[in-house]
Design a protein around this ligand. Structure first.
Ligand SMILES: [Zn+2]
Length: 83
């Protein structure tokens, strides 16, 4: 899964976003620990294959990041949504 383009911008309350093959990251992601940056990146890259947050999406994310639930909870402590 390779994005068409990657952009860093102010996404408001979201850490990341994926639309039409383009992956967007909030500039604040750079302030997170590498463990959480990895989580945000993996989440958005998984959206390149599966758009919705259904069972298929979570299965895919868990396959590449078995502890994704722990990371998701940890990033939530910094506010925002993983989108
Ligand atoms: Zn998402």
């Amino acid at each position: 899964m390779v994005p068409r383009r990657i952009e860093v911008r102010d996404l408001g309350y979201r850490w990341g976003s994926c639309s039409r093959g383009v992956v967007y990251f909030h500039w604040r992601v750079m302030q997170l620990s590498p463990w959480l940056v990895e989580h945000v990146v993996a989440h958005e890259v998984a959206h390149l294959r599966e758009k919705q947050h259904g069972p298929t999406f979570w299965r895919l994310l868990k396959r590449v990041m078995p502890d994704c639930e722990n990371r998701r909870n940890a990033v939530a402590a910094f506010g925002g949504r993983d989108a």
